[in-house]
Design a protein. Structure first.
Length: 130
């Protein structure tokens, strides 16, 4: 990259960088009795919804769990130009209080967003439905 004027490795960002300030206009915390998670971020349009989850880690206990996504991602997903198409394809009505569920990585991949940095403790559900 040294030969390209105005371009340097320092300015290229491969991973998603969370904003310092953000709004929380879309997506809401939703508690349920899903076998994999108890809380998620729910995007709801009329009766149709899509639950999005992100894996968390407690370093002292070496324990992982699935929960709601980072707040800084909520509006970034919803206002992405391809999100409503993805929502219409993957979302659906609740069955016994459970909405169709995807991981944050699945959504970001489908929308062609820069991914979150993968951690060594993460479990991969990227190709299987919930």
């Amino acid at each position: 990259m040294d030969g390209i004027p105005g371009c340097s490795i320092q300015h290229l960002r491969y991973f998603y960088e969370q904003a310092v300030s953000y709004t929380l206009l879309k997506g809401q915390r939703y508690e349920c009795n899903h076998p994999v998670y108890n809380v998620c971020t729910l995007y709801l349009i009329e009766d149709k919804g899509l639950a999005v989850i992100q894996q968390r880690y407690h370093p002292k206990l070496k324990y992982t769990w699935w929960g709601e996504i980072d707040e800084s991602l909520r509006d970034d997903l919803y206002f992405h130009p391809k999100f409503l198409d993805y929502f219409n394809k993957k979302g659906g009505e609740a069955i016994n209080g459970l909405f169709p569920t995807v991981t944050i990585r699945q959504v970001m991949w489908a929308l062609r967003m820069k991914p979150l940095k993968r951690e060594p403790w993460e479990t991969v559900f990227d190709k299987s439905p919930f």
